[in-house]
Design a protein around this ligand. Structure first.
Ligand code: PFF
Length: 457
């Protein structure tokens, strides 16, 4: 079988750049905003353990599949699936996977940029001393006021989108690689600085115990499903992002070990973010189970009570913003790569059009917190909740399920052996059981669990 080995947008200049880029996509609001609050709401240590199992048994095999398909197809997810289904003699319906990924990326970016815009705004608020010795009332009111102010939210949403599109428009090597080379090392340094600060805060032992002591009584089937959904989102799986990033991977990189490094980095950041956040919350006697407000209410309040809190609080929101930017650029890539290769269009023009479109779509999310808070077009959900549920809980798991099934059951196994450099039959069997049975069953469980309540109320 012969498939062209060159993608339209070039290659990462080394295996390490791919690792950094993929880790940049994976590490984002999902790790720093969501993981700590979900762990906080679901009993801490018990949740962390289950999450690690889901990452290993479902996340890693699906990421291996995506990168492998991308490197073999060397095109945008839509064209990769076209090429591979032809080569495999499989139904062209599998190409649906690529289309769904493009759509999911657009939907996720539209609200991701709104939340990342809050983080940008909080850099400014923290640096200017808004939270210095502030009361809980001030921290809550500041966040409420932001959510009630569509103009300010539109502005920060726009600033975030501008930065993202500016990077994306410059192309894979001048834009993505340059941003990633700067942002990712800085992100790790900032995280370590915050971890050191948190270790000296006086609440570290309590934070550590919360993250790692597990209490089995709080675990139910729900915990598994929440952990699996989180593993999916945080590893950027199911929408072709890892596939398109994989299409720029040099031929000589070993996919298995590369993916394990990416997964390890993502997990390290999520756990480190928890270890940086919880001690500060505990030492101030605050509640860890505050849900989404953990990062925007509880944490600024905690920083405000601590020495040098304004400086470290600012560092924290800079870290969150960097992490969000490297994820946002990856959300655009499946769509941009497709339009560029299919219509020979200019990358910068495609990027700007996509940015404007996603910004306008994001207004629906902006208004969902204020003027449209009570507008519930479908299933009792407002615009933001609908877009979030549809993309994250339906499209990503469905995409992941299909990717795993395609790779193990439709793609000729000679391709898999060649891409994964596997000689032994035992390793292949192991791969087929984990990738073709355990991972799809796990994803199917999440899928059914998140879909059923939508329709049964
Ligand atoms: N992994 C990102 C995060 O944890 O914030 C979110 C994300 C990025 C999801 C890219 C999906 C994606 F394709």
């Amino acid at each position: 079988m012969s498939i062209s080995t060159q993608s339209t947008d070039g290659r990462w200049s080394s295996r390490w750049l791919f690792v950094l880029a993929a880790a940049g996509s994976a590490v984002g609001l999902g790790n720093i905003w969501k993981f700590p609050y979900i762990a906080g709401e679901n009993g801490g240590g018990a949740f962390v353990l289950i999450y690690l199992v889901c990452v290993a048994c479902v996340g890693a095999p699906i990421m291996i599949s995506e990168v492998m398909l991308g490197r073999k197809g060397r095109a945008s997810p839509i064209n990769t699936m076209r090429k591979l289904t032809q080569a495999a003699g499989a139904s062209s319906r599998w190409t649906f996977l690529g289309w769904m990924g493009v759509l999911a990326g657009i939907l996720i970016l539209s609200y991701y940029a709104v939340i990342a815009g809050w983080a940008l705004n909080y850099i400014w608020l923290t640096a200017s001393g808004t939270f210095d010795s502030a009361s809980a009332q001030v921290a809550t009111t500041t966040f409420d006021q932001l959510q009630q102010d569509p103009l300010t939210m539109m502005g920060w949403h726009g600033v975030f989108m501008l930065i993202t599109i500016w990077i994306v428009a410059r192309g894979v090597s001048r834009g993505l690689e340059t941003a990633i080379k700067w942002f990712m090392p800085l992100l790790f340094v900032l995280l370590l600085v915050l971890l050191a600060y948190s270790m000296n805060s006086g609440g570290f032992a309590q934070g550590w115990a919360f993250m790692f002591d597990f209490n089995w009584s709080v675990i139910g089937p729900e915990t598994w499903l929440i952990a699996m959904g989180q593993a999916f989102f945080t590893l950027s799986l199911g929408m072709g992002t890892m596939m398109v990033y994989g299409s720029y991977v040099p031929e000589d990189s070993h996919i298995g070990s590369t993916v394990l490094t990416i997964v390890a980095l993502d997990t390290f950041v999520a756990v480190a973010a928890g270890l940086a956040i919880f001690p500060l919350v505990f030492v101030n006697g605050l509640e860890v189970g505050q849900g989404p407000g953990l990062m925007f209410v509880t944490l600024p309040l905690a920083f405000g009570q601590l020495p040098m809190g304004a400086v470290f609080g600012t560092v924290f929101f800079v870290l969150v913003s960097f992490a969000a930017i490297t994820s946002a650029i990856s959300l655009t890539e499946p769509a941009i790569a497709y339009v560029v290769e299919e219509y020979n269009a200019k990358r910068s023009r495609v990027a700007i059009s996509l940015g404007v479109f996603c910004w306008i779509l994001g207004l629906g999310t902006v208004f969902s917190f204020n003027i449209w808070a009570d507008v519930k077009p479908l299933l009792g959900l407002n615009f933001f909740e609908l877009v979030d549920q549809l993309s994250q809980n339906i499209m990503l798991p469905l995409g992941g399920l299909l990717i795993a099934l395609f790779t193990v059951w439709a793609l000729p196994q000679t391709i898999v052996r060649e891409q994964l450099e596997v000689g032994s039959d035992r390793v292949m069997l192991c791969w087929r059981v984990v990738g073709g049975v355990i991972a799809p069953l796990g994803v199917a469980a999440v899928f059914i669990y998140t879909l059923l309540p939508l329709f049964t109320g």
